[in-house]
Ligand binder design. Structure first.
Ligand SMILES: Cc1cc2nc3c(=O)[nH]c(=O)nc-3n(C[C@H](O)[C@H](O)[C@H](O)COP(=O)(O)OP(=O)(O)OC[C@H]3O[C@@H](n4cnc5c(N)ncnc54)[C@H](O)[C@@H]3O)c2cc1C
Length: 497
């Protein structure tokens, strides 16, 4: 096991892509499960805080320690087993998402969750219930997790398979590897019907594996993940279309969303055979932000949509029908980029990744913390909500870029403050946007989770009483209060239960 004790050796474990910065005494890099258990037992007895590090691409400070030690799982990076026949793969937590996607694709299989940042660890994507462009059709990471091996802080092990352990109403019951019973009560707060990664997943009679997915490492350390796979579709259409106006692009998305949801729900093909797997939006400011690196962006375009559709036959009418739908919203054929091979599809992915990446770079260069929305609202409220947010930011004269998973009504509006005054203003607007999303029965975090940066917003979303119930639940699994302290709710809540 590698142990880093000198601060200059471990600075890169003290922040993440949000630019939130923390502190720790040392960093441990175990090589196997017995070493993880040994560390957990030791720190549990000493009541030393332990923060679990993934690959540090998180956007909420979730892996950033606020004291104690860091345990990085980076050495547990093996793909353990793939079954082509039963369509599953078992991996250690530090397998990189992109490597897993390529590995299963070579076996003609698909692992659908595709966060824009693919340099993240699978264990962390489970801990945050990450999702991405394809979640529009295929849903978040949760939908593909069928088994987990979890180490509790005292060193006990829970092995849980989907479909085996259910809550009885709100009462949960699990048995650890040494045979210890764990009894707990699930909070019963409202969970939005949008994409959601805000706080513990809790529902009466739920499958108890879902409690750990999205729990941001606060209940246990994930050391093994079993994932469901799908057959790799035979064809994939990927396109970026540039529009003359934002209204045109948003109208196009609205119609494409309705057609695709109908097609997926009916399990039958729409008359046009259209059924998008991804519908991603870029506003004019996002395009301007990208222009220095992508000089072929058509000059007069005011918005763009990146969409994908996978299908299993050689039905060329799909391309024609997409072009017809684009034309209906004033998008000319010569403003449409079509990827004809994997290489070009990767470039489109890079286009989408670049905008998120450049925003993080902008924020880090000015030494602020990221102020980007991760809100989602029900589809019927989305257009009004989106224009309300934009007007609000523009009224305050703040610079911003807007892009994101508009198929899922999930906009990333990132404010770009130039100085401390603007930064404070942006924080105030951010809080108001979250409050409005909650009022519209949406969520304050659809995919990034809460970490340490969004705790205040979660408190407003669920209220103090429910946060106290979450803290009580955590204490059942972590009575000595050592694991990922400060994620989801403030440490004070662990005292007040
Ligand atoms: C440019 C960019 C684009 C992004 N786009 C998306 C996107 O489209 N969708 C999306 O969902 N996210 C996105 N993200 C955020 C990020 O990639 C995800 O949150 C990802 O899941 C984090 O993985 P990581 O390995 O970097 O984890 P880290 O940031 O290191 O950790 C994240 C959390 O997981 C916990 N954790 C890690 N491993 C374990 C484990 N084995 N057991 C228990 N807890 C663990 C950590 O303690 C921490 O709480 C983006 C980030 C960037 C920089």
């Amino acid at each position: 096991m590698i142990v880093k004790k000198e601060p200059e050796q471990f600075q890169n474990y003290l922040s993440d892509a949000s630019n939130y910065k923390g502190f720790a005494d040392s960093v441990y890099i175990p090589e196997n499960e017995p070493e993880i258990i040994e560390l957990l037992k030791k720190f549990n007895e000493q009541k030393t805080k332990v923060t679990i590090a993934g690959n540090g691409t998180g956007l909420t400070g979730a892996r950033v320690p606020e004291g104690g030690v860091v345990i990085s799982l980076e050495k547990l990076n093996r793909i353990i087993n793939l079954s082509r026949k039963e369509k599953f793969v078992i991996v250690q937590p530090a397998v990189i998402l992109k490597d897993l996607q390529d590995f299963v694709e070579a076996e003609n299989l698909l692992y659908p969750p595709d966060p824009t940042e693919r340099n993240c660890f699978i264990g962390a994507t489970v801990a945050t219930n990450a999702s991405g462009a394809r979640s529009f059709k295929y849903g978040p990471t949760r939908n593909y997790v069928v088994g987990l091996r979890i180490f509790l802080p005292a060193g006990e092990i829970i092995s849980i398979e989907r479909g085996k352990y259910f809550a009885n109403g709100l009462k949960g019951h699990l048995i650890t590897a040494p045979g210890k019973e764990i009894l707990f009560t699930l909070p019963d707060y409202y969970m939005p019907h949008t994409k959601n990664a805000a706080g513990y997943f809790c529902r009466a009679n739920m499958d108890l594996i879902d409690l750990f997915i999205g729990s941001e490492g606060t209940l246990g350390v994930i050391t093994e993940v079993k994932l469901k796979l799908l057959d790799l579709p035979k064809s994939l259409l990927s396109s970026i279309a540039f529009f003359k106006s934002e209204e045109n692009a948003l109208d196009f998305i609205d119609e494409a969303r309705s057609i695709s949801i109908r097609a997926s729900n009916n399990q039958s093909r729409s008359p046009s055979h259209l059924n998008a797997s991804a519908l991603e939006f870029f506003d004019q400011k996002a395009l301007n932000f990208l222009r220095p690196d992508f000089q072929n962006i058509p000059g007069k375009s005011e918005a763009a949509v990146w969409f994908e559709q996978d299908y299993n036959d050689n039905d060329d009418s799909i391309i024609t029908n997409w072009i017809n739908l684009l034309k209906k919203y004033n998008c000319d054929e010569d403003s449409v980029w079509l990827a004809i091979n994997k290489n070009e599809r990767e470039k489109f992915h890079e286009f989408r990744h670049a905008v998120s990446w450049k925003v993080n770079e902008f924020i880090a260069q000015r030494n602020f913390k990221k102020i980007g929305t991760d809100v989602a609202v029900p589809a019927q409220n989305f257009r009004q909500f989106y224009s309300w947010i934009k007007k609000k930011i523009e009224l305050e004269n703040l610079d911003y870029v807007a892009y994101g998973h508009f198929g899922d009504c999930h906009p990333h509006l990132n404010m770009l403050p130039k100085d401390e005054f603007e930064y404070q203003k942006a924080k105030q607007i951010y809080a108001e946007i979250c409050a409005e999303a909650v009022r519209l029965k949406g969520t304050i975090s659809a995919e990034h989770g809460i970490g340490k940066l969004k705790r205040e917003s979660l408190l407003k979303m669920h209220g103090e009483e429910n946060i106290r119930k979450m803290a009580a639940l955590k204490l059942i699994f972590d009575p000595n209060k050592i694991l990922n302290i400060g994620n989801i709710f403030n440490e004070n809540f662990l005292e007040r239960v």
